[in-house]
Write a protein that binds this ligand. Sequence first.
Ligand SMILES: [Zn+2]
Length: 480
Amino acid sequence: MKPLLIPYPKNIEFTGGAPLLPADAPVIFTHTPGLCEEAYVLKTGNGAVNVAASTEAGRFYAEQTLSQLRAAGGLREGLEIHDAPAYSYRGFMIDCCRHFYGVPELKRLIDAAARFKLNRFHWHLTDDQGWRIEIKKYPLLTEVGSKRSGSRFGGYNENKPHEGFFTQNEIREIVNYCAARHIEVIPEIEMPGHFTAALAAYPFLGCTGEPMEPIRKEGIYPNVLCVGSDEAVAFMKDVLSEVCALFPGRYIHIGGDEAPRTRWQACEKCAAKMKRLGLADYDALQGSFIEEIASFLREKGKTAVTWNESLKGGRLSPENVIVQRWMDRDNLCADFTKRGGSVIESDFYHYYFDYPYGMTPLRKAFTYDPAGKTGPEGVLGVEGALWTEYVRTFRDLTEKLFPRLLAVAERGWSGTPGRSYADFTAAVQALMPLLGEGVAPMLPPERWDPGIGKRLKEVTSFFKGPFSADTLRQLLENRE
Ligand SMILES: [Zn+2]
């Protein structure tokens, strides 16, 4: 039987039935400058384990491989692994806005992700339903923007206040926790859309200046940043200056998705800015704003990441911006990569894990080829995303994420899978104890790949159907 490892190593040699090493076999580490950044070599022989790597990250990944081998039956003599990742970006996204999850829960998720060699934590910190990051210069963002009066997501109705935010000390604590596990944190500060919580705190940031409260439901709202206002744009740069100081990594995510144009269409400041810059339409207005913010970040040594909607303006330069693709019906990402751009793949139908297993079974996530949409050259890496409109408990969150996130970890590290789906699920089952109670419990195996009857039932009850045959096909389609 193949060794039960996730992700599966790039190169592995072993002899079935070779003698087991004693549990206390020594591990001898050799610093080996020639190996690339995250690579490692692991060999067993003569009762010892030999590990080679050129970096602390490589050594850390060898340790994860060792702990998986120990958890799944022990190490055997004659094992030789030469391992390195296919993609440099292997991420997971957690939305702490729709429902708040705090430092202890995040640490458990980070622990779990690190065991499978994921190396980017994309932290969704601001949205219509809550602003979750302390900004010293603008305290109302959290004093007002982190609290909503109730929650009404997907028919669920709770008239109890929901609140929570991360102090700057807590942010640093998470950043350090991640760094110790070779995970870079990418904060997401949404703009110009998904902005109601900020407008609740500082109404002058919007086109109308009208007072409002953080939103209590799911959806897309017209309450966007007034990109025509110099004051509002300067405010966002102040916010980003504090964010850049808190996060030592290279990427800052600035959202850029789902920004309705209705307020801009009725705004004199926005009209004046379009005229001044000679912009043809509102897509171009957003593109120009994103490009301005991306240039600002670049001056601070950071690279902006945006969701793919921002490409509609046609102005984003591949040098300034990384694009995260989730749903791109116009195929603008392929055009972006042709111009030299880099894309992070988070396909809605395969890597969005807030939806039931009936819509996205484990097998469907496993078989997704992230290079299929844009070609391999432009793909920086992969990311599994978990939005939390419908995720009210931590148990539900971990079960939605695991084991599906392991399919992302496998693809991100191995590139083309080096084994069958059956071998992958055998490894998931063997490694389940690593994510048991106290870490991040997984959904039990009988629910990973429901049959078609169950899938229909789960999907229609989740979306409160009924659907047209076309929509259902789209939701269930297994694009292998
Ligand atoms: Zn405006």
